[in-house]
Design a protein around this ligand. Structure first.
Ligand SMILES: [Fe+2]
Ligand SMILES: [Fe+2]
Length: 187
């Protein structure tokens, strides 16, 4: 609660003075309430997850074959493009926080939340992608709660990505229904 000595908003003079100190930390100022080191570590895992998604969808778009595979290929291609967008956003955020985005292929899979699974046919591919999207949705919901108001910029970025991952999961579910004729993941 704001008191007489501690106003709700910092006065402009104080803000200006603060902004002039520690300018080497870029956008990370004293009001950043998160743990920058931990935030970067978490985002490195998110980056790895997105890279694995780009690889999996790209591979699937190339390898998909069979009846009505063209529409599915297009969908995989579209998702690969969007995962690449996520990858770039996360890498930019790591950079803004003062880290170096880790694109090293070594250890990529162990840093990633989702797996690189290659289905042997169209249905298997769709199913594996649906599972990967469900993992991503769970992971992002948790991270959004973690960042909360400690780091609103990272949170808002993750919220945007989550919206997209839910659409991806829904797209994969729709494909599965149209190819199998029934909802698959209703237990
Ligand atoms: Fe993604
Ligand atoms: Fe996705």
């Amino acid at each position: 609660m704001p008191t007489k000595d501690q106003p709700f908003l910092t006065d402009v003079k104080e803000l200006r003075t603060r902004a002039r100190t520690s300018i080497h930390t870029g956008p990370v100022t004293s009001t950043y309430q998160g743990d920058v080191k931990q935030a970067i570590e978490i985002l490195q895992n998110v980056l790895a997850t997105e890279i694995v998604c780009v690889l999996r969808y790209t591979m699937n778009a190339v390898a998909a074959q069979g009846i009505s595979s063209d529409a599915v290929k297009d969908e995989f291609d579209q998702h690969a493009k969007e995962e690449q967008g996520h990858m770039r956003m996360v890498a930019e955020r790591i950079n803004q926080l003062g880290g170096t985005p880790n694109f090293n292929p070594e250890g990529l899979l162990s840093r990633s939340a989702s797996e690189y699974t290659v289905g042997s046919n169209l249905i298997e591919m769709i199913k594996e992608n649906l599972i990967a999207e469900r993992i991503a949705c769970d992971h992002y919901r948790e991270l959004i709660r973690y960042f909360a108001d400690k780091d609103p910029t990272t949170r808002v970025m993750l919220e945007g990505i989550l919206v997209n991952e839910e659409e991806h999961a829904n797209d994969m579910h729709d494909l599965l229904v149209s190819h199998e004729g029934k909802p698959m993941l209703k237990d």
